[in-house]
Design a protein around this ligand. Structure first.
Ligand SMILES: [Zn+2]
Length: 448
């Protein structure tokens, strides 16, 4: 009998979530199989469960044995900047200086389509290497950057969400659009890319400081015309930013009110940072279903502040979590959880490892309204899967010898794990680790 190459049976330990678990006793929230299997067909998960049970339905399907590794849904990063792969790890600034001194300088390079295409290859190589199979990305102001982003994602069949930033003031020459051109370019990108394969568009006014009222209103028009698209921006990251926003929009009730008046707030809106919020802003978030995005490594790196996860959750708000590279200091969602844990510790809040691993898989999928497609290993969902090696490093091996439970193992992964713990990544059912990464030239590695 000939084997169908689109069918594949993965064997290993398997963990997937059905709901957000509070702790290990909450066993109805997740399913764990010590010897499990996932049957993949045409990029989709057909069955998941105990190996003997799933294998019985797929006698002719070749088995890839990942034991003793742990198979989970691919990680989801809900806020990252594609043009900042050469900005990450830039020294010594807080938000506004960091934007002007590093980020805007770098983003001007994305006027060149060849640069965009090269950086897109690096960007997706990096995401894959860190186990991230879906990301919500800011491109630069240039249409070419969004074109390169979506073209490279399509080539790899990755589920990606992105958009060109709209910014018409407080940015250098070459990095500003206009209310009309930002609208027209976004509209053309939506028509070309949204719903093409696995691509989805995010309408992306960068933040209040870099958009005039006229531009925010044009973004609001796009949101009204394209309710199928996401909306993303930044909110209340840093005190100087909040004060400057109040100066620029003296009539707005507060920072969130600027976006609210422009008609941007919907359940499909993602608000990066959302740290220093007023009670009114929190009430508006709860009422509209817009989603704050916690960016732990970025908030620590820029000294922005401590995200109040429990406070927002207590108001019924769904928080997403993300790297925010390049202000974020790691592409790894595991590393992101490690820093999230510490930020919550400083506020007397707890992050149980089961809830943590849920957050970067099903939790972020729920925040995106995509949990019927990604973030779980349920039959019928897209086969984006990460294979985790809890003994990837010397330190992890030693610590794992004392681990007594799944929760302990997950906490070791989130505290000590990074790209070294990613043994394999399947995107739409295909293994990607065998694909050679984009080659770095000497020129790229030079410091002058
Ligand atoms: Zn950001």
């Amino acid at each position: 009998m000939t084997q169908d190459p689109s069918r594949r049976l993965l064997r290993g330990r398997i963990l997937t979530f059905y709901a957000e678990p509070t702790d290990a006793a909450d066993t109805s929230a997740y399913s764990y199989h010590d010897d499990g299997a996932i049957l993949i067909e045409n990029g989709t998960i057909r069955a998941m469960g105990p190996f003997a049970q799933v294998a019985a339905k797929a006698a002719d399907v070749p088995v890839t044995d990942h034991r003793p590794h742990l198979l989970m849904p691919g990680f989801i990063d809900t806020h990252i900047h594609f043009p900042q792969v050469q900005v990450i790890a830039s020294w010594g600034a807080q938000l506004l200086d960091w934007l002007n001194g590093y980020t805007f300088v770098e983003e001007t390079r994305f006027a060149d389509p060849d640069h965009c295409a090269a950086m897109a290859r690096h960007f997706f190589d990096l995401l894959g290497a860190h186990g991230t199979t879906t990301a919500v990305a800011y491109c630069s102001v240039h249409t070419a950057s969004a074109e390169a982003f979506f073209a490279e994602a399509a080539r790899r069949d990755m589920r990606m969400i992105g958009g060109k930033v709209m910014m018409d003031r407080n940015a250098p020459d070459g990095l500003r659009d206009t209310p009309q051109s930002g609208y027209d370019d976004s509209k053309a990108l939506i028509a070309k890319w949204h719903g093409q394969g696995r691509a989805q568009y995010a309408i992306t006014p960068r933040f209040a400081i870099t958009s005039t009222q006229a531009q925010l209103e044009m973004a609001g028009a796009l949101v009204a015309e394209h309710p199928e698209c996401y909306v993303q921006t930044h909110l209340s990251e840093n005190h100087d930013e909040i004060a400057y926003t109040a100066e620029l929009f003296p009539d707005a009730p507060d920072y969130l009110g600027v976006y609210e008046r422009a008609g941007l707030l919907t359940p499909k809106m993602l608000l990066g940072h959302s740290i220093h919020l007023t009670p009114r802003e929190i009430a508006v978030l709860a009422e509209t279903g817009a989603k704050p995005v916690f960016c732990p490594t970025s908030n620590l790196f820029l000294g922005s502040g401590l995200f109040d996860d429990a406070g927002l959750r207590g108001q019924g708000i769904t928080n997403a979590i993300a790297t925010d590279v390049g202000a974020g200091t790691s592409y790894s969602m595991l590393n992101t959880l490690s820093e999230a844990y510490k930020i919550l510790q400083l506020q007397g809040q707890k992050l149980h490892p089961l809830r943590a691993l849920h957050w970067i898989t099903r939790g972020n999928a729920v925040a995106l309204g995509l949990d019927d497609k990604i973030g779980t290993l349920d039959a019928g969902t897209e086969a984006d899967i990460v294979v985790l090696d809890s003994c990837a490093t010397h330190a992890m091996q030693l610590r794992m010898q004392r681990a007594q439970s799944l929760s302990e193992e997950l906490f070791i992964l989130q505290t000590l794990g990074d790209d070294r713990a990613i043994a394999e990544v399947y995107v739409a059912g295909r293994p990607t680790k065998s694909t050679p990464p984009a080659v770095l030239t000497r020129e790229l590695c030079a410091t002058d």
